[in-house]
Design a binder for this molecule. Structure first.
Ligand code: PLP
Length: 398
């Protein structure tokens, strides 16, 4: 007997006690309008047809579900399949969402796009779709991140985006989000904010999830074709949580499919040295949503650390907080060192350089696969490719 999970979020954007709309008064009506416009678009076959066409011909979907033969043999347990989001245009899953949102922006008559970015992958995806649709593009980025991710800054600028350095606070992703929000409060009549993960105020966590569901929808069909049954285990890394929810969501009602989200354990679970919100985090509100986050006893947001900039954020998406609370998805973490070791393992056994973010998911696979029977089936989301991380990985591994 299967019990279907309730559909979340509810009409006010709540996932159980999580989520919601914690934004300045001036953004309430625009966000409610956005939710309505999104709902109309979602049900409009012509919107879906344009999105599907571009996902196929421009972005490169469907991505392969690749059986990692040599890695499987080396670990000696479960059969490991990689969902190859690393092969998408611009090199990570982020383009699925950026494309969906720019089509929505066009539909509702917006002419200017803003975005925030940490590692620069979301900034690159946004700059890409802005060039493709001829829209003005402003990307807010922490000054520290701009230095660390100079290659992605150049990619954005080459496609015509304006990258604005943010120097406040830690000068990283959190401050870039604050700056984007400030811009949006003043510009929302003609500007759409392409938020980069399953985070922020309703309707963003839901929209971003929906635009990434294609990952899980494809994986489900592909594994049924290859193996004739559903997988036993799904694994994905969790920053804000968009690539993970994209893979997990279409399987949530399949009771026998176990799911594990892997957060960034940094240098270990010590305050300010990691970004694993379910390890030592607390319930709070950050940048539009109520969820698990890393804060001190006064409620001040703590510094975070991860070797992968894309997982280095103090809050987790509200749907993950919900799925954890009901016990449907398990969450664990991998440290910087474990992620780097997994990066090396995949590079040398399969000839694939994974993103350091994805390497956190791979690190959990290295741990769990040997303990599973040989007929068990595991799918891990390879959320992005490691080209952007070559310098950093070389520093540690060569
Ligand atoms: C941004 C990024 C992530 C983390 O973001 P999620 O929203 O948690 O998916 C993971 N992998 C790659 C390659 C990224 O660029």
């Amino acid at each position: 007997m299967s019990t279907l999970l309730p559909t979340v979020p509810d009409a006010t954007g709540h996932y159980g006690p999580f989520g919601g709309m914690f934004v300045p008064e001036t953004l309430m009506t625009p966000l409610q309008d956005l939710a309505v416009a999104y709902e109309e678009a979602r049900q409009d076959p012509s919107f879906q047809a344009e999105l599907d066409d571009l996902l196929h011909n421009y972005v490169g979907r469907p991505t392969p579900l690749y059986f990692a033969d040599r890695w499987t043999e080396k670990l000696g347990g479960a059969k490991i399949y990689l969902k190859r989001e690393d092969l998408l245009h611009t090199g990570a899953h982020k383009i699925n969402n950026a494309l969906g949102q720019i089509l929505l922006a066009k539909r509702i008559g917006k002419t200017r796009i803003i975005a925030e970015t940490g590692a620069g992958q979301h900034g690159v995806a946004t700059a890409t779709v802005c060039a493709r649709f001829g829209m003005e593009c402003i990307v807010y980025m922490g000054a520290v991140d701009m230095e660390r991710q100079a290659l992605n800054v150049a990619r954005m600028r080459l496609m015509g985006a304006k990258v604005v350095p943010v120097t406040a606070g830690q000068a990283t992703l959190k401050e870039a989000v604050n700056e984007a929000m400030r811009d949006w409060v003043a510009s929302v009549d003609h500007t759409h904010y392409i938020l980069g993960s399953a985070l922020g105020s309703h309707p963003f966590p839901m929209m971003v999830r929906d635009f990434h569901r294609v990952i899980g929808v494809e994986a489900r069909q592909q594994i049924l074709e290859k193996e004739g049954r559903l997988p036993d285990l799904l694994v994905a890394c969790v920053g804000g949580g968009s690539n993970a929810i994209g893979l997990f969501h279409p399987f949530l009602n399949d009771e026998n499919v176990r799911m594990v989200g892997v957060e960034a354990g940094g240098e270990g679970i010590v305050p300010e040295r990691h970004a694993a919100r379910f390890q030592g985090g607390k319930l709070g509100v950050l940048q539009g949503t109520k969820t698990w986050l890393l804060a001190n006893d006064d409620g001040q947001i703590e510094l975070t650390h991860s070797v992968s900039a894309g997982l280095d954020y103090a809050a987790i998406g509200p749907e993950h907080a919900y799925l954890q609370s009901i016990g449907r998805v398990e969450y664990t973490y991998a440290t910087d060192d474990e992620a780097l070791a997994a990066f090396k393992a995949l590079a040398t056994t399969e000839g694939i350089l994974p993103a350091l973010e994805s390497s956190h998911a791979l690190a959990y696979v290295e741990k769990i696969a040997p303990s599973l029977p040989k007929n068990a089936i595991l799918i891990v989301n390879l959320s992005g490719r490691g080209d952007k991380d070559v310098e950093q990985a070389s520093k540690y591994l060569l």
